[in-house]
Design a protein. Structure first.
Length: 132
């Protein structure tokens, strides 16, 4: 799905809230995972780990069903260059600690499948340079 995030079922507002709260984070993390042409299971697991952490901080219970929904979302979503640029802009307005956290998670996603591709390094460098 290019450009527009796939909709999550309306009957679970917690997933919608979580997706909205993490919108820009998920755009960058998914772009990082997808930059080599596909999202591996280990990359989507790394993103899901971040989602679980943030859900806990936000006080959202992320049970198995919700985790499956979020992982499905991550595996289907394909951010556009415009969305990536908007997300970098939004994250650049956050405190430096929050910016470092997203950079760290981007690097973890890049390394998750055990392979580092030139496109991943290029995207990570783009994010880093635009955040500094």
């Amino acid at each position: 799905i290019v450009g527009r995030p796939p909709a999550l079922p309306q009957q679970d507002p917690a997933c919608g809230v979580l997706r909205q709260q993490l919108r820009h984070d998920l755009i960058l993390l998914t772009a990082m995972a997808e930059s080599d042409g596909h999202i591996s299971l280990t990359e989507s697991d790394a993103i899901l780990s971040y989602i679980r952490h943030r859900a806990e901080v936000l006080g959202i219970d992320l049970d198995d069903v919700r985790q499956q929904k979020m992982q499905g979302f991550v595996r289907r979503f394909r951010p556009t260059p415009h969305q990536i640029s908007e997300s970098i802009d939004e994250i650049s307005s956050r405190p430096s600690k929050a910016q470092m956290e997203i950079m760290t998670v981007c690097a973890e996603v890049m390394l998750a499948d055990g392979e580092v591709h030139a496109a991943e390094v290029q995207l990570l460098e783009q994010i880093r340079s635009q955040l500094s």
